[in-house]
Design a protein around this ligand. Structure first.
Ligand code: VTB
Ligand code: MG
Ligand code: MG
Length: 333
């Protein structure tokens, strides 16, 4: 990893965000996803690197673009592994709701956990609580620890949880402690990263989302020094999408074993999910969000707002880019 590469990685997420943003609010989630994938792939292709997608948009046969195992870049230069979610929050984008973004994580070859497309139980918390809260604890215990670490009373804590029936008991427990629950329809990557920054109003993410998104969140949180843990969920009785209606617990365990994951209940720390010497997170807003704004289309330019978090120089860079159109006559500040 080097700074030139990181600059290009920023452009990758910017281009994906712009492509998706053209379809914001049109109710076309798959089209918005496909547009982001295509833009990401096109820009990645121009980078001098031996790049590889380790988490992408499906297996080779199902997704023609950015499939797991796809090689990206010129084929010369540094080896880079990518976990990509070109349109994280496709529903949010389709419905023009807050929090949709183009995201990826990058690391040296072998530096990202090749998470299968399973669910993952997640716990994210601010740097002050890193290694103090633990996903093995009950929510009640973690809220007490969080309260101590942050110097806030429990009723001053906000916990983001995905608004799903699988979290009914969890939400009840958190509210029972007096903490504030913020249910979200989608977008637990944004919520996880928001825990890494003070002042976002998000103190913790609890509950089950998708595993690929977990690895991207872990990369960002490792670079920020925040807390992130994840545990794969393979029991359909706990979490199951309609597309996987036929999958059984035994079948899922078999799939994990075939992927070389034998310790199926392992709890992964951020630095195991994103273990490379250097890791980089890059995200660019499609719609406005908590961390950055979405794409703004103007007569003479397009504006993007993004965030790059990198272990290389220990920075979280918030950038606004003005993409100037040919023949532009007037660009406001
Ligand atoms: C999860 C979450 C994502 O989609 O993947 C969710 O991690 C889908 O969950 O942030 P369900 O299958 O329970 O609907 C997102 O919210 C958006 O990609
Ligand atoms: Mg996606
Ligand atoms: Mg997603």
């Amino acid at each position: 990893m080097n700074q030139t590469l990181i600059q290009e990685i920023l452009e990758v997420v910017e281009q994906a965000a712009i492509a998706s943003a053209k379809l914001t609010g049109l109710g076309q989630k798959d089209e918005a996803d496909a547009a982001a994938v295509e833009a990401m792939r096109l820009r990645m292709g121009k980078i001098e690197m031996k790049g590889k997608i380790v988490i992408g948009e499906g297996e080779r046969d199902e997704a023609p673009m950015l499939y797991i195992g796809e090689e990206v870049g010129s084929g010369n230069g540094p080896g880079v592994d990518f976990a990509v979610d070109p349109c994280e929050g496709t529903n949010l984008c389709a419905n023009n709701q807050r929090g949709s973004m183009a995201v990826l994580a990058a690391s040296d070859t072998g530096g990202l956990f090749n998470a299968p497309d399973f669910y993952m139980n997640k716990l994210a918390a601010p740097p002050a609580a890193k290694g103090k809260v633990d996903i093995r604890n009950s929510a009640t215990e973690n809220l007490k620890i969080l309260s101590d670490c942050l110097g806030l009373s429990i009723d001053e804590l906000t916990v983001v949880v995905m608004d799903r029936t699988r979290h009914k008991d969890l939400i009840k427990e958190i509210r029972g402690c007096g903490a504030k629950v913020q249910p979200i329809s989608d977008g637990d990557v944004q919520a996880a990263i928001a825990c890494g920054f003070a002042g976002t109003g998000t103190h913790c993410l609890m509950g089950i989302g998708a595993a690929p998104e977990g690895v991207i969140s872990a990369a960002a949180m490792r670079a920020l020094g925040g807390h992130f843990q994840g545990q794969l969920v393979y029991d359909p009785a706990i979490a199951q999408t309609s597309e996987w209606a036929d999958y059984t617990k035994e079948g899922n365990i078999k799939r994990l074993n075939e992927m070389g994951i034998t310790d199926i209940d392992k709890i992964y720390e951020a630095n195991e999910l994103a273990s490379g010497e250097n890791v980089v997170f890059a995200g660019s807003g499609i719609t406005d969000g908590l961390l950055f704004d979405g794409v703004k289309f103007e007569r003479d330019c397009v504006r993007t707002s993004s965030l790059v978090i990198s272990t290389l120089d220990s920075t979280a860079r918030f950038t606004n880019t003005v993409h100037i159109k040919d023949g532009a006559k007037s660009i406001s500040l």
